[in-house]
Design a protein around this ligand. Structure first.
Ligand code: NCD
Ligand code: ZN
Length: 354
């Protein structure tokens, strides 16, 4: 019998979709990402949102300030890649400033009302944003899309598939050279579209959508810590995502969508969407890849495909995962509060070597 590998060394991975928040929360969680990832695309959905290059510069400075306080030498090399939050009023000039800055790497589309802190988002992409989109297409600035419609007559579980027809396809017909990332892909339809569509398109996939189907939300009762947007889907969708992430296409890469909320904000009558996975992100991904016998595909997904799409060099450092019975803490300190990490209290067969 072949023995399973006891360790796995890969190029240092990057996280192409991360919520770092701000202030004391940022300071508390930043080390979890910085200890594993070389870089991360930082989501702009603060309150107020990061809509200008000047705001992105200030947020980046706060992240770098917090990084200097992370008590771990290796973590201090982490690089935040900033994004702007697209609104109905984003001017083409603002896009040009972002491109010239060198530190803004994408512009994020939140359809208004789609998710946490999206009320300032776009109400009609092709109606209001064509000037900004033209500038992005010309400059090669990627559009990072939260791919769900918000139409209340569309079932929550169908919102990604309907988005492809109503928003994604018309957008890409009008802007065929625009670089697009379909963020946190969750469906078979999405995986098929990204695999086959012409032009510059890619997708991020979270660890939780690779590991869990929507049963996790209702396992033995209502489980708020498994609630995120886009919501977990049926098993057939999870299997399609696994195929995409572990397959040969370079269009799929790692994006945790790690999105911490204080315990009380999730455990209440209207609990927030978002799962905190940064703490054990690479162990979760390794577990998902190993479960289908594709551990050897993890490096392309986590460390190579993302930089290729974003036109950035691959990291020079490496990361080693080792086999271990690693318990996930019940909760972690987060500023004045605590956060409950995804799968708290369970254990994983991998951990990152320190
Ligand atoms: C994110 C958050 O909390 O900021 N929540 C989530 O469920 N993923 C927002 C988002 O990415 O949709
Ligand atoms: Zn997100």
């Amino acid at each position: 019998m072949r023995h399973p590998p006891q360790s796995l060394t890969i190029r240092q991975p990057d996280d192409w979709h991360l919520h770092l928040r701000d202030g004391a929360v940022l300071q508390a969680i930043l080390g979890d990402s910085a200890r594993q990832f070389g870089r991360a695309i930082i989501m702009p959905n603060l309150r107020p949102p990061v809509t200008t290059t000047a705001q992105a510069a200030a947020y980046r400075a706060r992240i770098l300030g917090a990084l200097a306080e992370v008590p771990d030498e290796a973590a201090t090399r982490f690089q935040p890649l900033m994004t702007l939050y697209l609104t109905d009023h984003t001017a083409p000039d603002e896009i040009l400033r972002a491109c010239e800055s060198g530190f803004v790497h994408g512009v994020k589309l939140y359809p208004a009302g789609a998710t946490t802190h999206s009320d300032a988002g776009v109400t009609d992409l092709l109606g209001h944003c064509t000037g900004a989109l033209e500038a992005m297409q010309r400059q090669g600035m990627p559009l990072l899309m939260h791919g769900e419609v918000t139409d209340p007559t569309v079932d929550l579980f169908d919102r990604e598939a309907v988005f492809i027809e109503r928003v994604m396809m018309p957008l890409r017909k009008a802007f065929p050279e625009l670089k697009v990332v379909f963020e946190h892909l969750t469906t078979r339809e999405g995986a098929q579209y990204v695999s086959e569509a012409p032009g510059p398109i890619a997708a991020t996939i979270t660890a939780h959508h690779l590991l869990y189907n929507r049963n996790a939300l209702f396992q033995g009762g209502l489980r708020p810590h498994w609630y995120c947007l886009p919501v977990l889907k049926r098993e057939t969708h999870r299997l399609a995502l696994i195929e995409a992430a572990t397959g040969a296409s370079a269009r799929f890469f790692l994006g945790t969508d790690s999105a911490p909320h204080p315990r009380g904000a999730k455990e209440q009558d209207c609990g927030c969407a978002g799962c905190y996975t940064a703490h054990h992100a690479m162990a979760l991904y390794a577990t998902a890849f190993e479960a289908v016998g594709r551990l050897e595909r993890l490096e392309a997904f986590a460390s190579l495909n993302g930089p290729a799409f974003y036109g950035l060099p691959v990291n020079t450092a490496t990361l080693t995962l080792e086999r271990a019975d690693a318990a996930i803490p019940q909760e972690l300190p987060m500023g004045d509060d605590v956060v409950v990490p995804l799968a708290a209290g369970e254990s994983l067969p991998w951990r990152v070597r320190r």
